[in-house]
Each structure stands twice: as structure tokens, then as C-alpha cells.
Design a protein around this ligand. Structure first.
Ligand code: MG
Ligand code: ZN
Length: 279
């Protein structure tokens, strides 16, 4: 067994905006959000904001409507569908919350493409108010990287995914844009791939000290570039897996050369498909 596990951040990676800000702004609560932001951690603030929305008569349906209107790049949707069709195991790893992510993925018909959603828990209470909690309960996660929010270290979650990848001899591709995506990107190995969004906070962190990232770095800027880059990497892994399965004595640099020019491998990727990419 081989193949690829693709781990997606959600805000500004799958969708083009931050879902928390989008809901607050769309429902007209930006001023209150900005006033409260300096007083508490983001995750606690979003729970507080859900209480504020509820007490001002905004229903869970209003929140869901706002979420369904969040912009998403059609090429990002196509990239997710294609990666799933190519047999990838897709995961979400996000500092948003379960209700926001599931509402949006279901709206775009993408929920079934993902085998798991790792994010902050959410629950609707008896009054119909959404409660949002931390992924790691107090006293926190103890991560020393310094770029993880107190409620969630994505690197710790990724460690478990990396163990699963090792068991299945799968390689990992990680896509993200934010500071919280830096810690997991540092944990990927040489045979893995990171796809930071160019010009966003995680890209700046990587550029500060590129040697800290062991995985291959493939930046992207928009949905079209994300699609081309992601599918190029997925097809490259399929080619390299097929070569390894056939025990071709191909040294690493030859393999890279023959499969890198994305175009060639990408365009006639179909003949590679029958090799049992889906378990
Ligand atoms: Mg993000
Ligand atoms: Zn961390």
C-alpha cells in the first residue's frame, strides 16, 4: 500500500476567506469583535461571539447562511475532487470549528471527500446557541515552536497523522497559509511536501529560515496554482510508487527528472491509474 495523505488547512486555504471573520462581518458584528479581540484568545472570542449573535436574535440558520455564502475558488473545489478521485486520503486540520467547516464542505458537496476533520469542537446547546471549545483543553498543548495558538497545536495532531502515513507507507502533502501551519510543516520529512500559500504568514515564516523545513516546498498563490501544484505532486507520487512497485532501479535524481516536468506526467496521468490507487 502506498499513496498520499493530503492535509488541508481550512481558512484561506480551502475557502478564500477566514470563516470566523466572514461570519462576524456578514452578520454585522465586526465592531464588537474588534473591541473584544484584545481581551481574550481567538478561540474563546469566537465562542463569546456566538453568544452575542444568539442574544441579538441571530439564529444558527443565520450563521449557516453566512457560512454558505463564503467565497471558495472553483479551482480549489476541483483540486479537492480530483485528489480524492486519484485515491488520496484527504484530511482537514483547522483552527476554525466543526460546525463552520462541515456546513461549508457540505454546501459545496465536498464533505465526502475528507476522511476526517480535525478542528475545535462545537456543539449546539439547548437554546440553539453554538458553543465553540478548544481542541486541546487546559492546560494546553505545551508545544515549544512558539507559533501555535493556545487552543491548538496542529503539529501534535499531524504527528498522529504521520504515524498513520508511515504505517501505510504513504507520503504527506500539507497545505496551509497561517502561522498555525508552520509547526506541522516543520514536522514533515524529506519525502513529504509542504504547500505554503505564497505571501501569507506561513510563507514569511518559512522564508525566515528555509533550512528548518525538511519537506519539499511548493508554494501556491490561488486556486488555479494550488490545483496544478497539488495534482502534479499527487501524480508524481503515483509514478514513483509505480516505479518502486516494479522495482525499477531508478536512482532518486533520475526519478525526479522523469516525473517532475508536471506537464508530461500530469497530462498522461491516466495510464497510471489502474495500479490500485484506492484501497
Ligand atoms: Mg488558514
Ligand atoms: Zn505546535
Amino acid at each position: 500500500m502506498a499513496g498520499t495523505i493530503v492535509v488541508f488547512d481550512f481558512d484561506k486555504t480551502i475557502i478564500d476567506v477566514d470563516s470566523d471573520n466572514w461570519v462576524v462581518d456578514t452578520l454585522g458584528f465586526t465592531d464588537l469583535f474588534d473591541r473584544l479581540l484584545p481581551t481574550m484568545p481567538w478561540n474563546a472570542l469566537m465562542d463569546t461571539m456566538m453568544g452575542e449573535l444568539h442574544s441579538h436574535g441571530k439564529t444558527l440558520g443565520d450563521v449557516a447562511d453566512a457560512l454558505r455564502s463564503a467565497p471558495i475558488d472553483a479551482r480549489a473545489v476541483a483540486a479537492i475532487r480530483a485528489a480524492y478521485a486519484l485515491g488520496c486520503d484527504l484530511r482537514v486540520l483547522s483552527d476554525a470549528n466543526a460546525f463552520f467547516i462541515e456546513t461549508i464542505l457540505e454546501h459545496h458537496g465536498l464533505r465526502g471527500c475528507f476522511s476526517e476533520i480535525n478542528t475545535n469542537p462545537s456543539v449546539v446547546d439547548a437554546n440553539g446557541r453554538l458553543r465553540i471549545g478548544p481542541y486541546h483543553a487546559a492546560p494546553g498543548h505545551g508545544c515549544g515552536v512558539g507559533t501555535c495558538p493556545p487552543n491548538m497545536c496542529k503539529g501534535l495532531v499531524l504527528d498522529r497523522i504521520l504515524r498513520e502515513a508511515a504505517e501505510g507507507r504513504k507520503r504527506v502533502i500539507y497545505l496551509g497559509d497561517g502561522r498555525g501551519d508552520y509547526c506541522p510543516m516543520l514536522r514533515l520529512a524529506r519525502e513529504d511536501f509542504v504547500m505554503p500559500r505564497r505571501g501569507y504568514p506561513v510563507w514569511d515564516l518559512i522564508c525566515e529560515d528555509p533550512a528548518r523545513v525538511q519537506a519539499e516546498v511548493h508554494a501556491w498563490a490561488d486556486g488555479a496554482e494550488m490545483e496544478a501544484t497539488l495534482l502534479g505532486l499527487v501524480r508524481r507520487v503515483l509514478v514513483e510508487d509505480a516505479a518502486a512497485a516494479a522495482m525499477l532501479p531508478a536512482p532518486l535524481d533520475c526519478k525526479l527528472e522523469s516525473s517532475m516536468p508536471g506537464g508530461a506526467a500530469a497530462q498522461d496521468g491516466m495510464p497510471i491509474m489502474p495500479l490500485g490507487v484506492k484501497n
